[in-house]
Each structure stands twice: as C-alpha cells, then as structure tokens.
Design a protein around this ligand. Structure first.
Ligand SMILES: C[S@@+](CC[C@H](N)C(=O)[O-])C[C@H]1O[C@@H](n2cnc3c(N)ncnc32)[C@H](O)[C@@H]1O
Length: 380
C-alpha cells in the first residue's frame, strides 16, 4: 500500500505536479468557458484525495475549484451571467478520504462565499463527490455518456498512485472520447525497474519499451513515447509529457488532447517550467545549466534538434505547408516558433521558396485562415 499522500505535508515535487495541474487547467478552462459550441463543461478528478495536506496546502480538487473562479472571480461572473452549465465530479475510492473531501469542499466554498459579492456561489451545487474505484466509474454508463458527448467539454485529472489504473486499455479509450483533454500521473521508474514483471505487463506492454540503460533520465519520455505509439497512425492526436525526478526515481505527467490549441496550451505550461526542453524538471538533454558561464550561449538542444528535423521533413517533401509544419512541431513537443525558425533559415539559404505569402503565424494553429496558409516548394 502506498503511503497516504494527504497525511504528510506535500513535498516539493508533489507541489510541482500540483502546480502543473493548476497551470494546465488555468490555460484550459477559459477556452471552454467561452466556447459557445460547448453546452456543458465537466471538470473531473478521479483520484481526488481528501482535498488538502495537513498544512492546508490545496490538493488537486480544491485547486480546480480555486482556478475556476478566475482572476477576481471574473469566471464566476461570466459563468453566472451566461448560465453556463459547469459540473465537477470528484472521486476518491477511500470512503474516509471522500468524506473528508466533502467537508473540505464545503468549507472551501463557504470561505469563498464570505469574500464574494455575487450573492451565493454559482458552483456550490455543482460539485458531485463519489467514492468508487476508478475502474467502476470508467466503465459506468454515466461516465461513458458524458465522455462520449461531443457537446460536453471535459477536463480529466487522473492522479493515480503507481501506474496500474491508466494502462493501455484505459488510454486507448481516453483518446477516442471527443472534446476531452486528460492528464495523468505515472510512476515511470517502477515500470522501468519491473519491466518484465507480470504485474506491469498486465497493464502495459512494457517489453516493447526500449529503455536506455545508460540514461534513466529518459525513462518518462520513453514511457510517453510508448503511449504515443498506441495512437492510431491516421488519427490527429497530441500527447506531451513532463518528467519529475523525486529522490532516485522518475515520475511524470502525460497529457492528451485531440486539439492543437489544447496542445499549445499544455506546451506553454511545460516550456515555462523547463526552458531547455519543455519536458522535465532536470536538464534532460544535459544542456548547460543556469548560472554557469555558458548559460544562454547555445540554443537548447531540444529546439535545435526539432528545428533540424522539421527542415529535413520539409526537404524530403513530407511537410509542404505551414499548417502541417506547425502541427508537426507540436507533435515533437515544441511550439510554433521552432517551425518558423526552421523555415526562415531554409529561405535564407535558398533551399526552399514559398507559394503564397510567407508569414510568421505560430500560435492558434486551428484558427489560421486559408489565406494565411502557404505552400513550400523545395529548390531544385
Ligand atoms: C496520488 S493520490 C491523489 C492525490 C490528490 N490528487 C491530491 O492532490 O491530493 C491517489 C488517490 O487515489 C485514491 N485511490 C487509490 N486507488 C483508487 C482507485 N482505484 N480509484 C479511485 N481512487 C483511488 C487513493 O486513496 C488516493 O487518495
């Protein structure tokens, strides 16, 4: 049995994980709040814990409630004015923890109402708390109906202990649900260490994962690559990861979305946390560290490698327009600036020419207008 995470003060690495959940949701929520095509929003935390640690640091469900308010409760006002249908579903299998979570949610909302001039909390009656095993919920009619409804925007947090709850079978279903972005936690070092163990193989086909024996830093990336490989070739889907070193072990987060904007948002969070590679809390590519003589002299290896890869894809005729190139950068864990740099360099070396008008549009890929899409011609 793992030690109860809510019984001891959250350590630095748990706080980092929670901070990534927070920032990820902070990026996600306003997009869905303002999307008129989304009839209902579900914010779901299926391994919710009890809500706080003994020092009253907020756990994931209370972080979600905290963030949904927006700056100076502006999101509460917007949601109320527009009558937005927003529902929370928090689940915690341990009944005593679920009970504690209930009390913590009530007192969180009570405290919030005291400092609010909106006359009653808009979200107070919108929080459902259950105490079931995740597997039971995931296969329930209720969950499947919510998850499969394309008019419902869904944000799903799966902060499991270990790795068993989000195995390949769960992942393969998650990526098929429309308008659902998810983020899950996974103990990568455990999978690496017990790769050949039946208890691992039952959930993840770990013998297919090529761990680099000399470089444990890459464990979480390799596990994320394995999940990425499960996405059907013809499906447009985006997966990114963030690795967290805790003691000698690596853990990490894996985020999935069917939408370029969702991935741009998550990559923003990751690159804010790791300016070298956008994927780890350690120098995963052994770039020069901050505060060294050479800091900032060389561009991060990750951006250089992805830029060169994009250039190769262009020269081989696999990327033939800017929209495809920008999406490719996202698939490689980089934002659109890397694609724009790659094209600028090829243009100045006269290796390509542009049919249409070159532009530096690099964000909101989904809304790039047809007139801003240009073709790339490789020079003879
Ligand atoms: C890592 S903790 C979650 C911590 C929480 N996110 C927070 O920020 O405080 C995992 C939680 O999942 C609960 N749990 C374990 N197995 C579960 C299952 N099969 N279904 C749902 N919850 C489960 C545990 O009791 C524990 O509280």
């Amino acid at each position: 049995m793992p030690a109860d995470i809510n019984k001891k003060a959250f350590d630095e690495k748990t706080l980092l994980k929670l901070d990534i959940f927070r920032e990820c949701f902070r990026e996600w929520f306003p997009v869905f709040l303002n999307n008129i095509f989304i009839e209902r929003i579900y914010i779901m935390d299926m391994f919710a814990g009890s809500g706080t640690d003994p020092e009253r640091n907020l756990g994931s469900p209370l972080i979600l409630l905290d963030e949904v308010r927006g700056p100076e409760s502006s999101f509460c006002s917007t949601a109320k004015e527009r009558g937005r249908d927003i529902r929370f579903w928090f689940n915690e299998a341990e009944p005593s923890k679920a009970k504690e979570l209930n009390m913590n949610v009530d007192s969180f909302i009570g405290r919030c109402e005291q400092n609010c001039n909106l006359h009653g909390c808009y979200f107070a009656d919108k929080v459902k708390i259950t105490s079931d095993k995740f597997g039971v919920i995931f296969n329930s009619e209720e969950f499947i109906n919510i998850a499969s409804n394309k008019k419902y925007g869904k944000f799903l947090v799966l902060d499991q202990y270990g790795f068993k709850q989000v195995g390949e079978d769960v992942f393969e279903k998650l990526i098929e649900f429309p308008a659902m972005d998810f983020i899950f936690f996974i103990s990568s070092s455990t999978i690496r260490r017990f790769k050949e163990h039946e208890s691992v193989k039952r959930h993840i086909n770990s013998s297919r994962i090529e761990f680099d024996v000399d470089n444990p830093k890459l464990s979480h990336r390799q596990i994320a690559d394995h999940y990425r490989s499960l996405v059907p070739q013809d499906k447009e889907y985006y997966i990114h990861h963030f690795s967290i070193l805790k003691g000698p072990n690596r853990y990490g987060l894996i985020f999935g979305t069917g939408h370029t904007y969702g991935m741009e948002k998550f990559l923003n969070v990751c690159w804010r946390k790791d300016e070298y590679a956008g994927e780890s809390d350690e120098l995963i590519n052994n770039d020069w560290g901050k505060n060294t003589l050479f800091a900032g002299v060389e561009p991060p290896q990750k951006k250089r490698i992805v830029k060169e890869d994009i250039q190769q894809q262009i020269l081989r005729g696999r990327i033939t327009d800017n929209k495809t190139g920008l999406k490719y950068a996202l698939q490689r864990g980089c934002l659109g600036d890397v694609y724009v740099e790659a094209v600028k360099e090829l243009l100045s070396n006269r290796k390509i020419s542009i049919e249409g008008t070159f532009n530096r549009k690099r964000t909101s890929i989904h809304s790039i207008k047809d007139q801003d899409v240009y073709k790339i011609r490789v020079s003879k």
